[in-house]
Design a protein around this ligand. Sequence first.
Ligand SMILES: [Fe+2]
Length: 344
Amino acid sequence: MKAVSVPIYQCNGGDIVAADVYSSIGIVLLAKGTTINDYIKEKLIDIGIEYIKVFKPIKEIKYQIIKKNYLETITQTKEFICEIASGKKFGLEKVMNISELVYQSINENDSMLKCINEIQESDEYTYTHCVNVAYYSMLIGKWMNLSEESIKKLAFAGLLHDIGKVKIPDEILNKKGKLSKEEFEIMKSHTVIGYGMLDRIDGIDIEVRQAVLLHHERIDGSGYPFNASPDRIPLYSRIVAIADVYDAMTSERVYKKRQTPFDTFEMFKTIGIGTFDPTILNIFLKNISTCYVGTEVTLNNGYIGKVVYIPPYDITCPIVNVGEDYIDLSSKNNLKVASIGYAL
Ligand SMILES: [Fe+2]
């Protein structure tokens, strides 16, 4: 535990006060060692106390730092995309700074996945999605043992993969219902538009531009914009494709509810297996699934538990500890994970 100064609104019931709290005229309002509850918190806010010192577990402090960093990355991505959309010059340095911020979280899987899971504001989706795809692409690069330079380039490619969407009308981008054939054709053009935007900028590697152009191509030739055959789909495009779909499926959108990681694993292992690079997909699934051990989950019968084991041979069916019981979801046809939360 460590004593940290936190805004009063960020205190939780159960936090222990780490230093006496004084009023403006020097009277002790709250003694060190007091346990915070809602009543005390409300009173302190009423009096106008803004910060107090409380003891927080080291893990939680670390999480707050990662979360701040993640939110800052989203803010900067939003600024950058809004600038491009308003016709301003492409700020290469800005994107490099943002991808550097993403890179700083490369070894913080637990905290980052908790952030991604917690911050699901659908009106900010465009920006959070870019950051998340950068993060997942970077992780795949790390798990594939690529060089640091390649991993950084992957974060860069993830951030920019949908940049062409700044030219797609909002009513198509955020349409609640199914896109018409014409609308889908317009939507598909974000790949070519994005490539064209980056093609004019010095200092952006060809692999990054290719990822922007080809991240919707699929190895069975079913993708767009070219229905490219596998030999025409480079490594970065294959990686960003998986990162993109994983984040899209596990995110809330205006027109769809998010899926749990376990449902998404199921999709990748069935329809996804013939459309994504199988080697990269296996590396991704093998590694990302282990990140969910320890996660709090709610089952579809309302029970709340904790994932204690994810069998490597069936990552879609974790073993969940509920109270005294250990439930193997592979042996319970009617039971599944309905939603996830995190406990650090
Ligand atoms: Fe895209």
